[in-house]
Design a protein. Structure first.
Length: 240
């Protein structure tokens, strides 16, 4: 999701926090699984597992709709949807999968922040100890608190999401870190090397700005115990 150059979509911590929670809610509504995400001042990226291109598209549009409602209510702006666009593309090769998963957290640099410390991405969920996040389960909140904190009246009695002490969602409670780690053969060095070795301008063109043809071929068969999952067309999509 990208705003025009002059439009800052996320102006303070409340905006960033709302967007992360909206991503979570919309992914659940549209039956997609969030792998990793990053929210920066005038755009956001997320990689999702989806059953179809339409589900990925629908998720992106629902995120835009919900955040537009937040933005209008807070800032009184009525033309946000016109100045924001959604692009969902199928990641149809191992190269696109890995490079998209590495490119997304790298966007923290756009806000002048350290990738390891950036609060508004799913990077912290990756390659970590697998103890319980130790937060407050969203499902235990009252209906009123869920609406107030998660910005939705959806029934959230069974979600695994957890809130940290600061009231923000803990990324490891909703990101599919296992998929990402397997894509890099469970090797943190491989992941970090891919992040550090990227040409940012090239990746922005290949994954965001450049034209992409959606592949509609059937999924390729994979050998047993393949270390890095291949993305079948429309099974893994990047919503940017």
């Amino acid at each position: 999701m990208k705003g025009m150059e002059q439009l800052i979509l996320f102006r303070d911590d409340d905006d960033y926090d709302a967007m992360v929670k909206i991503i979570c809610v919309c992914a659940r509504r549209k039956n997609v699984i969030v792998i990793i995400y990053a929210v920066v001042s005038n755009h956001c990226h997320m990689a999702v597992l989806a059953n179809s291109q339409k589900e990925a598209d629908d998720c992106g549009q629902e995120i835009k709709r919900m955040y537009s409602m937040w933005f209008r209510k807070k800032y009184g702006r009525t033309k946000v949807p016109i100045r924001v666009y959604i692009k969902a593309i199928a990641l149809d090769s191992d190269w696109y999968v890995r490079n998209a998963l590495a490119y997304i957290p790298r966007n923290a640099l756009d806000n002048g922040c350290n990738i390891n410390e950036y609060k508004w991405s799913g990077f912290s969920a990756m390659f970590r100890e697998r103890d319980s996040p130790g937060g407050i389960p969203v499902r235990t909140l009252t209906k009123q608190k869920k609406r107030e904190i998660m910005h939705t009246g959806d029934k959230l009695d069974a979600v695994p999401w957890q809130l940290g002490k600061d009231g923000c969602l803990i990324p490891s409670s909703f990101c599919d870190y296992t998929y990402l780690e397997q894509a890099f053969n469970n090797d943190l060095t491989f992941f970090l090397r891919t992040i550090g070795g990227q040409n940012s301008s090239e990746m922005t063109w290949k994954l965001v700005d450049g034209p992409r043809t959606i592949c509609t071929a059937p999924p390729r068969p994979q050998p047993p115990n393949s270390p890095a999952p291949s993305a079948s067309p429309a099974a893994t999509s990047s919503v940017s």
